[in-house]
Design a protein around this ligand. Structure first.
Ligand SMILES: CC(C)(COP(=O)(O)OP(=O)(O)OC[C@H]1O[C@@H](n2cnc3c(N)ncnc32)[C@H](O)[C@@H]1OP(=O)(O)O)[C@@H](O)C(=O)NCCC(=O)NCCS
Length: 188
C-alpha cells in the first residue's frame, strides 16, 4: 500500500508544497522556496494507495550545516574526525506526512529509506526537529529508527529567528517551540 518513489519535480512539487504548508507551516510560502530546499536534497516521496502522502528531503553536508548549535558541533566533531566520510554527515531537512495519512507507518518507511541510502557514505545522521506540541510522533519515530536525543533547545526558533519563528501553526504570536537534535551513528 505504501510506496516510496524518487521525487519528480513536475509531478510532485505542488502536492509537496500543500503538504508542507498544512502540516508544518514552516515558512515555505511558494514553490520557489520549497524548490530551493528540494534542489539541494535527495527527496523521496511516499504514496499511499496511489495518493501522495508525505516526503523526506535529506543531504550529505558538513556537520556545521546539519547542526546549527555551536555546542553540539563541538561535541560531535571530535568523534567525526576519525569516522567514515570525515566531517560529512547526513542531514534530514524535511520530513512530513500529511495528517490524513499519519500513523500508518509512512514516516517509518521514509526514514528506513534515508538510512538505507546513507549507509556506508556517512557515519552519522542528524535531525533538528521542531517540537510541535500537537505532534507527539517525532520522538517515538526517531527512537524506533535507532536515533538518540542529544538535547532539547527551548525557544530555539525565537532565539535564532529561523524556520518557523514567525509562522508557527502552534503558537499565536512568535514561536515559542523548542527544537531537539536527534542523532544516529551509522557505523556502530
Ligand atoms: C513525524 C511524522 C513524520 C510521523 O509520520 P507518521 O507517518 O505518522 O509516523 P509513523 O506512522 O511511521 O509512526 C512512527 C512511530 O511513531 C509512533 N507514533 C505515531 N504517531 C504517534 C502519536 N500521535 N503519539 C505517539 N506515538 C506516535 C508510532 O507508533 C510509530 O512507532 P513504531 O515505529 O515504533 O511503531 C508526522 O507526524 C509529521 O509529518 N508531523 C509534522 C511534521 C514534523 O513534525 N516533522 C518532523 C521533523 S521536523
Amino acid at each position: 500500500m505504501v510506496k516510496i518513489q524518487t521525487y519528480c519535480q513536475e509531478a510532485h512539487i505542488w502536492d509537496l508544497l500543500k503538504i508542507v504548508q498544512i502540516n508544518r507551516g514552516s515558512g515555505y510560502k511558494c514553490v520557489k522556496e520549497l524548490e530551493d530546499t528540494l534542489n539541494r536534497s535527495v527527496v523521496f516521496v511516499a504514496t499511499y494507495e496511489g495518493e501522495i502522502a508525505g516526503f523526506v528531503a535529506f543531504r550529505m553536508c558538513p556537520l556545521e550545516e546539519a547542526v546549527l548549535v555551536e555546542g553540539a558541533v563541538k561535541h560531535f566533531e571530535k568523534r567525526l574526525t576519525f569516522a567514515v566520510g570525515g566531517h560529512l554527515v547526513g542531514s534530514i531537512n524535511l520530513l512530513v506526512v500529511d495528517q490524513g495519512f499519519q500513523k500508518k507507518g509512512i514516516g517509518r518507511k521514509l526514514m528506513e529509506k534515508v538510512l538505507e541510502e546513507l549507509k556506508g557514505k556517512v557515519s552519522a545522521v542528524f535531525l533538528q526537529a521542531w517540537n510541535n506540541p500537537n505532534n507527539p510522533a517525532v520522538e517515538p519515530l526517531m527512537h524506533s529508527q535507532g536515533f538518540k536525543t542529544w538535547k532539547v533547545y527551548e525557544g530555539f526558533y525565537r532565539k535564532h529567528k529561523v524556520g518557523i519563528a514567525a509562522q508557527c501553526p502552534a503558537c499565536p504570536g512568535v514561536c515559542q517551540c523548542s527544537m531537539t537534535i536527534y542523532y544516529r551513528w551509522l557505523n556502530d
